[in-house]
Design a protein around this ligand. Structure first.
Ligand code: SAM
Length: 231
């Protein structure tokens, strides 16, 4: 039976399409490369993970689907498992934004060698976008996916240059105001909700850190509400 992806992984798969070879770094269950090969969206794939257990899970499903000739599993950290020119696209999904940044930073030659990187950080999206802007990458597409009350941010990245002119682009996505994604308002509401939790936990506290956090969150909520008015 063919693999069915979650809405988040489905959007990621759509972003990968258009290349022949891909690597899924931090593959865990291995669903993404299996789906991509099964649906002829890529010809071959590398499923990689730094931990034995998840890689074993991926190997099991690859074998169940009889795709061993098309999907290779590799144990190792980040992009270090890849040789230059080996794949056209790399996915790093479901990991923290700081980890994704560090994995790009650790192997700049591989990161700059692929046609596209599909990145889906679970947090610290703004830090990752700042890193991309200052390290020779451009975001060629921003996408969003929703599962229950969570909205996931997906970036398709290529070597190149980009300049973010609006500081809110680091938080809401490159050219979010032009793209007006159908889930943008949901993303903003979710970010407001997270900031409101910070307001609750810092309100009335006397420490300078808490006071600064309270102030920053109040200002951020105000800005997000202004963006909402223009949607
Ligand atoms: C939450 S899972 C995400 C699985 C899948 N990519 C997804 O989006 O559904 C994160 C995976 O990243 C792996 N991982 C963590 N650090 C890594 C690293 N430095 N290099 C490769 N994989 C890593 C973990 O072992 C885990 O299997």
């Amino acid at each position: 039976m063919n693999i069915k992806l979650s809405p988040r992984l489905e959007v990621i798969a759509g972003c990968v399409a258009g290349v022949k070879t891909m690597a899924d770094i931090g593959t865990d269950h291995g669903y993404l490369p299996v789906y991509l090969v099964e649906n002829h969206l890529v010809s071959t794939a590398i499923a990689s993970d730094t931990n034995h257990k998840p890689l074993k899970k991926a190997a099991k499903i690859i074998s169940q689907q009889q795709l061993e000739s098309y999907i290779e599993t590799r144990l190792g950290s980040g992009l270090s498992v890849l040789k230059l020119g080996e794949v056209e696209a790399v996915v790093m999904a479901g990991m923290g934004g700081l980890l994704i940044r560090d994995l790009l930073e650790a192997e700049p030659l591989v990161a700059q060698d692929v046609k596209k990187l599909v990145l889906q950080p679970m947090n610290n999206q703004a830090v990752l976008r700042r890193y991309l802007e200052t390290h020779g990458f451009k975001i060629i597409k921003e996408d969003l996916a929703q599962e229950m009350d969570r909205v996931y941010e997906i970036m398709v990245v290529a070597p190149g240059e980009m300049i973010m002119t609006n500081p809110l682009e680091y938080e809401l996505g490159f050219e979010f105001d032009k793209n007006k994604h159908r889930l943008l308002e949901t993303l903003i509401n979710r970010k407001i909700g997270l900031e409101q939790k910070i307001l609750i936990s810092t309100e009335g506290k006397a420490t300078p850190v808490a006071k600064r956090q309270f102030e920053e969150s109040s200002i951020f909520i105000q800005k997000l509400n202004e963006v909402k008015k223009c949607l």
